[in-house]
Design a binder for this molecule. Sequence first.
Ligand SMILES: [Zn+2]
Length: 155
Amino acid sequence: MFVDQRGSNETITRAEVEYALDWYLKRLLGPWLAARCYVRLIHREFDAKNDKATAKAYFINNKDPRRFLIELSTKLKKAPVLRALAHEAVHVKQFAQGQLWDAKGSEGLVCWKKRTVREKDYNYRQRPWEKEAYRVERLLYAAYKRHKEKEKIIF
Ligand SMILES: [Zn+2]
């Protein structure tokens, strides 16, 4: 994985953010595909109304979606940062494996597992890609904590 990290969060080191994202992506994508992902990761302030992480994919071309943007709110503390990062890593996996696409140019249209879906037909938490992201983020984050303890990794 190549990461271009911008900004910072005072509750967690940049080194740990990069390590955790790399660890998540290797678990989700395997080392071969994870090594070929490029992620621009930005720590920034969000509007109060929209105070959560977002992930977006940059497409190099329609068959090679391996460039991503992840934005993380600077208001999150360490554990929520690691959890939000796990959540966004699941979206990166969905994009990188071609399960999820932004149907470019068509507002609110998304391609999920080869079906075109209108985002507003679902409540946010009921969207199938969000259901997967929320389910897997919990497992990933727990596995990451166990890994750090077992390997005695300290940042
Ligand atoms: Zn999400």
